[in-house]
Design a protein around this ligand. Structure first.
Ligand SMILES: *Cc1c(COP(=O)(O)O)cnc(C)c1O
Length: 442
């Protein structure tokens, strides 16, 4: 125990003294942290709570009303109510009718949707991993890639990030995918959901949006909501821009019929199919402490301040992209429209992504090496770095601070073999970072 406590202290210190630039990370509030570490961790709650007679708009009644639920264990009066709160708030955030808050992670959420809608061997059309798609969108090393057939779309022009929609349509007509999957982990522009939905309708595919990275921007009004274009399912993580605990979430239109009976695979049955595919299809007991923390985070994201946060995330990213370009960083897609920046450091400075990551980490700024589209270099030593503004914006950084961040990154790359200079930069970053306390310290 004492070793772990000590490591928790050290991690707190690392976070305080540095700045998080990894675009998939964030800093949660004290409330989220407390719920994550609560006694809900003790409880088994296989099954689902019931909403009988409740609307998803009335948190007070949702939190008060004890109803019979479809669970496999007793003692659920509190877990039912906390899960219902998480569901209702998630629905309100995204304009969904139904939410499954049980997926343990973004990957689990995607697996559940695939399993809900497809048979082994069926085809999914998703973004090329090298062009920004996620591992769960068919990386050969994943289980999904061994069960389903993944086909791809990508960027037509990496200097603008424009997607090749003609190619997407051509592949869709040829391959007749059961799912068209919109979503990405390393793409800095905004997808044309309308075009993708039109292609999906042409071939009768389920329209699935994996919004893991941009979910917080959607609820903050800074990114379009795929539901507005007729998408059927949204999956997301809850810990990236959404700023909740580590976890997954699945949102749909329509309502659950009887989750205990296997329904036909029709669009109308999607909510029921997804609940069954999550539990018992691909998971056992839900992590109730995480679901409690999701409920807290969703309430925070419903507040008007969250819109200001999302706006600032995008403003900061734009400014950071500009400042980086001034210093000679070559950016994939030429800039950013969201929270994320992908830079080709090999082309910019003749330095590999891995070396750049190590040098920048050395001074207390964390980001990650990343492949660029059609990277000539191997995945462990790729050409690029990926970074973003969600976490530093939570710390309180504004546009003008982005100039400093960009300069430090460039200085670290330049000084990558000069330990004395790196140590000096590290002190500067530390002094700066300590001025911006973690939300859990406030
Ligand atoms: C991060 C991410 C995931 C996976 O989330 P985990 O919680 O790490 O499993 C899935 N899809 C996309 C697009 C992501 O960016």
């Amino acid at each position: 125990m004492s070793e772990v406590q000590d490591l928790i202290k050290q991690e707190e210190q690392r976070q305080r003294e540095g700045m998080e630039l990894i675009p998939s990370e964030n800093y949660v509030s004290k409330g989220v942290l407390e719920a994550s570490g609560s006694v809900f961790t003790d409880k088994y709650s296989e099954g689902y709570p019931s909403f009988k007679g409740l609307t998803k708009w009335d948190d007070k009644r949702i939190a008060e009303e004890v109803l019979p639920s479809k669970r496999y264990y007793g003692g659920q009066e509190n877990t039912d109510r906390v899960e219902r709160l998480a569901i209702a708030r998630a629905c309100r955030l995204f304009g969904a009718d139904h939410a499954n808050v049980q997926p343990h992670s973004g990957a689990q959420a995607n697996m559940a949707v695939y399993y809900a809608w497809m048979e082994p061997g069926d085809t999914i059309l998703g973004m090329d991993l090298g062009h920004g798609g996620h591992l769960t969108h068919g990386a050969p090393v994943t289980q999904a890639a061994n069960v389903y057939n993944f086909v791809r779309y990508g960027q037509k022009d990496i200097t603008t990030g424009e997607i090749d929609y003609e190619e997407m349509e051509r592949v869709a007509l040829k391959e007749k995918p059961k799912i068209i999957l919109a979503g990405h982990s390393a793409y800095s522009r905004i997808l044309d959901y309308e075009k993708i939905a039109a292609i999906g309708r042409k071939v009768g595919a389920l329209l699935m949006a994996d919004m893991a990275h941009v979910a917080g921007l959607i609820v903050g009004g800074e990114h379009p909501n795929p539901f507005d274009y007729g998408f059927h399912v949204i999956t997301t993580t809850t810990h990236k821009t959404l700023r909740g605990p580590r976890g997954g979430l699945i949102l749909t239109k329509g309502i659950v019929s009887n989750p205990l009976k296997a329904p036909e695979k029709t669009l109308e049955n999607i909510p029921t199919l997804i609940d069954r595919a999550t539990f018992p299809g691909t998971q056992g007991g839900p992590l109730m402490q995480t679901i409690a923390a999701k409920a807290v985070a969703f309430e925070e994201a419903l507040r008007p301040e969250f819109k200001d946060y999302a706006k600032q995330v995008v403003k900061n990213a734009r400014r950071l992209a500009d400042e980086m370009q001034k210093l000679g960083f070559v950016l994939i897609s030429g800039g950013t429209d969201n929270h994320l920046i992908l830079a080709d450091v090999m082309k910019s400075f003749g330095v590999g992504g891995r070396e750049a990551e190590i040098a920048i980490d050395e001074i207390g700024l964390s980001l990650n090496k990343n492949a660029i589209p059609d990277d000539p270099l191997p995945p462990f030593k790729p050409s690029g770095i990926r970074l973003g503004t969600p976490a530093m914006t939570t710390r309180g950084l504004k546009e003008d601070d982005m100039e400093k961040i960009a300069k430090w990154m460039k200085a670290a790359i330049d000084a990558r073999e000069d330990e004395k200079e790196l140590a000096k930069l590290r002190e500067e970053v530390k002094e700066f970072s300590l001025e911006f306390p973690l939300p859990s310290d406030r």
